[in-house]
Structures are given as structure tokens and as C-alpha cells.
Design a protein. Structure first.
Length: 673
């Protein structure tokens, strides 16, 4: 008998492996290649005469290759490791640019990678290479390979002259448009010209390879009696066939093949899409977050004991019933689906700026929406999506609060009965798309599905943004703080938070300020741009008129941040990832407020200004036009309304129809509409 789970039920389970322990908190989420002592990578030593058989069945030895070539490049690769897939295009370019005196040996040491995928990867090279599968890892172990992106350069005497990364363009948690350091290319140039290699050894960010060790201590924990259950509960929602993760973890063979990588992410806390400090793994108490997906302490202890032991498979009769995942919508069959009119063209390599796509819903009335799901057309390149819903003819950006959101492993918003979001009549859905390139050109045609509430809700779910548009992050600053504050305008219940920064984002904190004292309500000591997470309260917290919510962000604009596009410049607010933002979203509802649809008129977003009378507009214009020149500027607004940080930002931009930096009387009068 098989246990069947709907995707909606599985949303309560986590897509990640663990959260960092206290002693790991200083380990950076993003880490680029580090220079290493050459002795740690065998520099200057004679490489053993390792042998292997390529995909065509032909045998090769290192001694034979070095006897016929000036240099031999051993490049580890994998068709399931995302960083290896990104670097495949780089390797193709390097092979194409090298001369006939260089032999290229690509070795795939992942036992569960499929032969058809490897053959496709090998055939993508138009220049001669050797592609071999090393399922037992014996060749990788013999040459001292550490990760699936490791490269080793041998000279004609089979001496190791370079061992390390291809370059520094891609790593876990970051990518840059072009590499700053081309380690492998520089090493080959040095060998070909008879010069000394300047950088001899680095580490190579990639999926860690399982090394051949002496027999390790046995444990009573086996894959079938314990580890398989942890994989089910914490990993398989993403790590499965058809899931968003790059490889599956549904069988013993798959887990064993990736065991070294699993152990690393468990110990270092790289993987989980969960970064709140008060998680379930930190305390015996129930986590305050309903979607907390960190490993509980007992799960982490048992998993590490097994990974550090003999990797015993155990008795298949002890295995749990397998989970059956459907390929249907997570939210159930949608009442309406809206899709990109045209596919977005995605290039193969480098970095793409945010793409903005607008879908016209053509709704003839306002709708209450209880569930929202974003479905990427090509999950392999869609990093995250933020969706805004606005009236026909309006515009939206991060300052207006999100309506829908997608990150790997979290593509839907499902609200309990009695809660819903408003979708206005004739709404336009504005998709802000962040694409992560994977080495292969493709297209994406993302869609969004919605389920309408069966009855008017008791509570309207809204989103407010705590925003500071005047951020200025100095060059080289490694821990620069910026602060934004929201004055609570009335009693409300906070349902959750979603902090948003870009590549320099380092940490974030929300604090509730009441009666002169502050309380931390969400602390994220290690923010990761790659996971735009919504932290949803198990029980919404009450805030009252007069309270403040303070949102503090820290940024790393130094060279120590490998994702930093340019550490030499001051960074300001901007749309693209090379700019920065400070937005602390707050998801909330107002108790006692009866939600109403307004189909007679276009419905204004919750954050917009209420319509004013003509007389009120005239009085407001006189108040803000300080120099009496007939137009209002942002500087005048800041002077007249020093306590309202939003007035000279999102509100001003919304009123400034022609976007010339000045608000005229006719533009202000449109508030009545």
C-alpha cells in the first residue's frame, strides 16, 4: 500500500535539509573560491596513473594522455549538480579556445546521473573531449577531486600544476555577469607559454564528492528505518522526479550518491530556505512560525550520525510507505489561470536583469481570492517571482506590497477559510521575474492560478511595505545598517513578514516598538537573496494604533561578498539586482473590518490614499507647494511632511503621472478618481 499525499498537504513539509546551529552562525551563506595552500591540493606532485573508460567504451590512462599532450585538464562535472550544469557552457568555450596540445577529460563521479543526460552533455562539445562516468568514484578519489566543479591541470610530466575552480562566476547563492578571476584559463596559458602558474590552488564551489574512506563506525540507524523518513518529511517535496530541486532523494542510491553534499549543507546551514533565528531546531518549544521547515534537533542528530557512519541501507521491510506526488496544481484545480502572452527568451550564461511582464485579467468585477499559485514555465531558470495586482491603467512595484510570490519550494499562498485577497476589476498582474541562468538557452512562459473564495471573507488579507528609498551603502562597507519605520495607523493582526533586499543583503530584523520599548519579532541573522521567504505566524500578533514596526537591514558591499557586482561604488535604491532595496513586507488584516467589493468603481490598493474632495486637494496643494511656483517636488514634500517617509516615495510616484519629478494641480486632482 502506498501513502498518497496531495501537494497542498505537503506544503506543510519543508523543502530543505537543516538550519545552522549556533556555532555555525558565522559561516557565510555565499562563499566564492578561496586561495589554498598548494600542498592541500597536491601541487607539484606526480599524479597517479589513474585509468577510466569513456562513454563509448574506450579505455584511457593519464600516462598515455600526458605523453601525447602538453597539458591535460581533468574537469569534474555532473548532470544533476546545478553549478556543474552552469559551468558546462564555460567548459565548452575553454575547450573551443584551447589548442590541440591540451587534452580535456570530463569525469562524472555521481553514480545516479543518467547516461542519456551525460551523452547529451558530451555531444554539446564540438571540439574533441573525453567524457567518462565514474560511478564508484574510484578515479575521482585517485586524482583527489573534491567537488563536481573541481578542475586539475597536469603538465607533460604528469605533475599537478593547478587544482581548483574554473573561475569565480558561479557559486552557491550567487552568480555574476562575468568572472573576475579565470583560474583555469590562466593556468593553461601559463603551461602553454612555459610560465609558472600564479594561482596554483583554490577550492571549487560545487556538490561535494563522497570520498573513499576507511570503514567508519557502525550505527543502529539505517536508511530504511530512519533516514528515509527524514528525507520524506524534509526533502522530497522538492528533491523528487518532477520537483524543483536538481536531483531526487527518494531512494537509497540517490541519497548515498549525494551523501557528502547532504552532510555539508546540514553542518553549514547552507541549504534551508528558512533563516529565522527562533526556529524549531533552536528550542524544545513549538516554533512560532507555521511554515518553519528546519530540522528538529533529533532529526539532525540522527541524520548526521548516519552520514558519519557506515551509510547502512538496512532492511527494506523497515521502509515507510512511499509518498505519491501528483503533478497537478498545489492549490487544486484553479478557477482561473492567467499566462504570459509570449514566452520570455532566456539566455544561456551570465546574469539577466529583472524582467517585467504584465498580464491583463479582463475581469468584469472584483473577486475575492483564497489561493494563489505561480507556476514557472521552466523551473530550472525561474529564481523567484513577485506579483503585484493593480487596477487597469495603474502601475506597481515593490513599494506597493506583493500579491503573489514564488520561490523554489514555495509557489503558493493558501489562506484559511474566512481570509482572502482582493483582485480588482480589470486588474493587471505585474510579474517581476528574476531568472537564474543555467548554461542552456531556453524560454519561460510563467502562469498564475487562482481559486476564488466561495463566500465573502471575514477578513481581507493585505500587505504593507516598510520602505526606505534613501538607502546609501558606502563602498567597501561590510556591515552597513539601514532603518525604516512604519507607524501603525490602527489596530491590526500581523500574519507574517517577507523581507526583501538584493545581492548585498546580509541580515534583517523586525522590531515592535510600543510605549518606548522594543521587542524583536523576527530576526534573520543570515539573509539569503536566493530565498525570498514569507515567515508566516502560527498565531497572528496584535498591533495597535501608536505602535511602530521598525525594519533594520544590514548590507555587505565589500569584496568579501562574492555576489557583490561592484564594491567600489556607493549603492542606492533601484530596481535591478545590482542596485539595492530595503523593503520589509508585512502581511496583515484588520479585525472587525467587514470586507466589501466595490464593483461600481475600480478598487484602490489598500496602501493608496483615500479619495479627497476638491477643496481638500486645494488645501493640500497650498500646504506642499512651499515656494509657490505651481508644482510640488519631492524635496518640498519631505520638508512639509518630515514624519511620513512614504509621501515623497511611493505616493508621490503614483500621483506623478508623467514621471517628471513634479506634481501639478491636475495630477493631484486625480486623487478624486
Amino acid at each position: 500500500m502506498m501513502m498518497r499525499f496531495s501537494i497542498a498537504v505537503m506544503l506543510t513539509l519543508c523543502t530543505a535539509l537543516t538550519i545552522a546551529t549556533a556555532e555555525d552562525e558565522q559561516v557565510p551563506v555565499r562563499q566564492g573560491p578561496r586561495m589554498l595552500n598548494g600542498s592541500t591540493r597536491g601541487i607539484g606532485k606526480l599524479m597517479p596513473n589513474a585509468k577510466l573508460v569513456d562513454l563509448a567504451g574506450k579505455s584511457h590512462s593519464l600516462s598515455d594522455l600526458t605523453s601525447r599532450h602538453q597539458a591535460v585538464v581533468i574537469a569534474m562535472t555532473s548532470t544533476s549538480c546545478p553549478l556543474s550544469k552552469r559551468y558546462l557552457s564555460t567548459l565548452r568555450q575553454l575547450v573551443k579556445q584551447s589548442n590541440d596540445d591540451v587534452a580535456w577529460l570530463l569525469v562524472n563521479p555521481v553514480a545516479t546521473d543518467e547516461r542519456a543526460a551525460m551523452q547529451a552533455a558530451a555531444s554539446s562539445f564540438r571540439s574533441p573531449i573525453i567524457y567518462a562516468h565514474d560511478p564508484e568514484g574510484s578515479f575521482a578519489s585517485a586524482v583527489g577531486a573534491v567537488t563536481t566543479t573541481d578542475t586539475i591541470v597536469l603538465d607533460a610530466s604528469r605533475t599537478v600544476v593547478y587544482h581548483g575552480a574554473i573561475d569565480d562566476q558561479y557559486g552557491f547563492g550567487y552568480s555574476i555577469d562575468s568572472p573576475r578571476h579565470r583560474y583555469l584559463a590562466d593556468a593553461l596559458t601559463a603551461v602553454e607559454t612555459g610560465q609558472a602558474v600564479s594561482v596554483k590552488a583554490t577550492d571549487a564551489p560545487g556538490c561535494v564528492l563522497t570520498q573513499n574512506h576507511a570503514p567508519r563506525a557502525s550505527t543502529q540507524i539505517t536508511y530504511h528505518n530512519r533516514v528515509s523518513r527524514i528525507m520524506q518529511q524534509r526533502c522530497q517535496n522538492c528533491h523528487r522526479d518532477g520537483g524543483v530541486a536538481p536531483f531526487a532523494l527518494t531512494t537509497f542510491a540517490e541519497v548515498e550518491a549525494h551523501s557528502a553534499m547532504i552532510e555539508q549543507v546540514v553542518r553549514r546551514g547552507i541549504m534551508p530556505p528558512w533563516f529565522a533565528s527562533d526556529s524549531a531546531s533552536d528550542t524544545d518549544q513549538l516554533s512560532p512560525w507555521s511554515n518553519d521547515c528546519s530540522l528538529e534537533e533529533g532529526e539532525k542528530r540522527d541524520l548526521l550520525e548516519w552520514l558519519d557512519g557506515s551509510l547502512t541501507e538496512g532492511d527494506p521491510n523497515d521502509a515507510p510507505q512511499p509518498l505519491i506526488f501528483t503533478s497537478e496544481w498545489e492549490i487544486g484545480e484553479p478557477d482561473a489561470v492567467f499566462q504570459f502572452a509570449e514566452p520570455q527568451v532566456i539566455k544561456a550564461t551570465g546574469v539577466m536583469p529583472y524582467q517585467n511582464v504584465v498580464i491583463d485579467t479582463h475581469l468584469d468585477e472584483d473577486k475575492w481570492v483564497q489561493a494563489i499559485e505561480v507556476r514557472p514555465g521552466d523551473r530550472s531558470v525561474v529564481h523567484h517571482v513577485i506579483v503585484f495586482a493593480n487596477r487597469s491603467g495603474g502601475s506597481s512595484d515593490e513599494r506597493d506590497g506583493f500579491w503573489g510570490v514564488y520561490v523554489p519550494g514555495n509557489s503558493s499562498l493558501i489562506y484559511p477559510e474566512g481570509f482572502a485577497k482582493r483582485l480588482p476589476k480589470n486588474a493587471k498582474l505585474h510579474f517581476q521575474m528574476h531568472y537564474t541562468l543555467n548554461g542552456t538557452a531556453t524560454t519561460d512562459q510563467t502562469s498564475i492560478g487562482v481559486i476564488y473564495a466561495k463566500a465573502p471573507p471575514r477578513h481581507e488579507v493585505r500587505v504593507a511595505g516598510i520602505i526606505n528609498e534613501h538607502i546609501a551603502i558606502p563602498p567597501g562597507a561590510s556591515n552597513h545598517a539601514e532603518v525604516a519605520t512604519l507607524r501603525v495607523p490602527g489596530d491590526a493582526r500581523v500574519m507574517g513578514f517577507l523581507p526583501h533586499m538584493h545581492l548585498r543583503g546580509k541580515a534583517a530584523r523586525y522590531e515592535l516598538i510600543r510605549d518606548g520599548s522594543s521587542t524583536t519579532i523576527l530576526d534573520i541573522p543570515r539573509y539569503d537573496f536566493n530565498w525570498q521567504l514569507l515567515y508566516r505566524y502560527r498565531d497572528p500578533i496584535a498591533v495597535s494604533l501608536g505602535d511602530k514596526i521598525r525594519f533594520t537591514s544590514w548590507y555587505d558591499n565589500s569584496n568579501n561578498n562574492p555576489a557583490n557586482p561592484d564594491s567600489s561604488k556607493t549603492v542606492y535604491w533601484g530596481q535591478q539586482t545590482y542596485d539595492e532595496m530595503q523593503v520589509g513586507y508585512v502581511e496583515y488584516y484588520v479585525p472587525g473590518e467587514k470586507p466589501k467589493l466595490q464593483n461600481a468603481k475600480a478598487t484602490a490598493p489598500a496602501s493608496s490614499i483615500r479619495p479627497a474632495s476638491s477643496m481638500q486637494n486645494k488645501a493640500l496643494f497650498r500646504r506642499l507647494d512651499l515656494n509657490r511656483d505651481g508644482v510640488i517636488t519631492k524635496q518640498e514634500v519631505r520638508q512639509a511632511l518630515p514624519d511620513d517617509p512614504h509621501a515623497a516615495g511611493p505616493v508621490f510616484d503614483r500621483i506623478d503621472v508623467d514621471q517628471n519629478g513634479e506634481v501639478t494641480r491636475p495630477e493631484l486632482s486625480k486623487l478624486n478618481q
